[in-house]
Write a protein that binds this ligand. Structure first.
Ligand SMILES: [Cu+2]
Length: 408
């Protein structure tokens, strides 16, 4: 508080002192019989030289930084697609650098060269059609080329992959990533947010998960039957507002139950296996070098953005829709550590949208293994399928006898 007051007083006193200085300058100019607006030639020439110095400072500063940090400061791309994206980025860099040197040279050198000289009057030159054409058409062509090349590459990156690509889903929520490998059949099981439950975090659709959700909705601790019991209990006296809250909750749950029964009716049991063999993986994403991957993104709550800086890939994860991108890693984590001369280096998946308070820690380590050690890991991991982990006795579970009430 005290320091703020001192700063405020200093600012006020500084302003007063500045005003007084200006006043002194004006009065002294009057004494010297100079017009106030007349800038001495000496000052003009000095400013012109400063223009030149500033230009050289910018140019050499940029060149120095590029020499020190690599000319775009990005390091080597670790995927095939990344190499192509880098090519596009480099092209943009070249164009920007040409623009930077050209425009800044014209701006600062001409300010120096055409400094006002006593007795010389400026030539009045208001318009030139040819020049207008040149600086409209050239940037238009350059921009069109950049956009067309970018769109071509975007379409390629977001198209559905061929059968050689392994499919992985990345599920984003505040504040972590969950990966889902498509399993033995390389088909990701379907999902429906209405099935989100403790034992089905990713809301995968199978006959059993639908039945399980129906059971929770009906018989769970805050399920329909529990609410009905409270409402029908004559021994407890509830006030009107509590009754209303319970009734609203009941009708909401009944509506959800109807939707679940509808889902059950429409569900083809044949699709179950595509979800049962999926493998859910948290914290670290393991990839195999030289294997093409197709990533599908989903968000549970708000917008997130999956950002793989070393693979030069980025894609938004949007609630209510699935987005997609792909890449093929070309270096293992070990190889990259050697390249970067950093024994602790790791590839990462980051969230690149400010998605909430703990956004900064929404990160997943990516380990790229060689084929042999990846296969060893996958062999172990493939026992932990969605079915085995969350519905251990899938085969044994008989379709529970849950019948839609007649009025639904
Ligand atoms: Cu996020």
């Amino acid at each position: 508080m005290e320091s703020k007051l001192i700063i405020l007083i200093a600012v006020i006193l500084g302003t007063v002192a500045l005003a007084q200085l200006v006043r002194v300058y004006e009065l002294s100019a009057k004494l010297r019989k100079n017009a106030e607006h007349e800038v001495p030639n000496r000052d003009n020439v000095m400013n012109a030289r400063f223009m030149l110095v500033f230009m050289l400072f910018q140019f050499f500063g940029l060149i120095y930084l590029m020499l020190k940090y690599g000319w775009t400061g990005r390091g080597e791309a670790a995927s095939i697609e990344g190499v192509e994206t880098d090519w596009l980025l480099n092209l943009n860099f070249v164009i920007i650098l040409i623009g930077f040197f050209l425009t800044n040279f014209l701006l600062f050198y001409f300010s120096f060269k055409y400094v006002r000289k006593p007795g010389v009057k400026a030539y009045y030159y208001p318009h030139n059609n040819k020049l207008e054409m040149i600086w409209t058409i050239i940037p238009a062509i350059v921009l069109a080329a950049i956009i067309i090349l970018g769109l071509k590459s975007w379409n390629k990156l977001t198209a559905i992959s061929g059968d050689d690509a392994v499919r992985i889903e990345l599920f984003a929520k505040q504040y972590d990533w969950t990966a889902r490998y498509a399993g033995a059949d390389n088909v990701l099981g379907r999902h429906d947010y209405k099935l989100t439950a403790d034992n089905n975090e990713l809301a995968l659709v199978t006959s059993n998960t639908i039945d399980s959700s129906i059971r929770i909705m009906l018989e769970g601790t805050s399920g329909i039957e529990a609410i009905q019991r409270v409402l029908n209990n004559r021994d407890t006296v509830l006030n009107d507002s509590t009754m209303n809250v319970l009734r609203v909750e009941l009708s909401r749950k009944e509506r959800l139950l109807r939707l679940l029964f509808q889902m059950k009716g429409n569900h083809a049991k044949g699709l179950d296996n595509s979800a049962w063999d999926d493998i859910i993986q948290k914290d670290t994403l393991y990839l195999c070098v030289n294997q093409p991957y197709e990533f599908n993104f989903r968000a549970k709550d708000v917008l997130h953005s999956a950002y793989f800086p070393h693979f030069r890939a980025q894609m938004n994860a949007v609630p209510g829709m699935t987005t997609r991108t792909k890449f093929k890693p070309i270096f293992t984590t070990q190889e990259m550590r050697k390249k970067m001369n950093d024994p602790k280096f790791n590839f990462v998946l980051l969230c690149n949208k400010i998605c909430g308070g703990a956004h900064y820690k929404m990160k997943m380590i990516i380990v790229v293994k060689d084929k042999k050690s990846f296969d060893v890991w996958m062999k172990q991991k493939s026992k932990e399928t969605f079915g085995a982990k969350y519905f251990p006795a899938v085969e044994a579970i008989k379709a529970p006898v849950v019948v839609a009430p007649a009025n639904m």
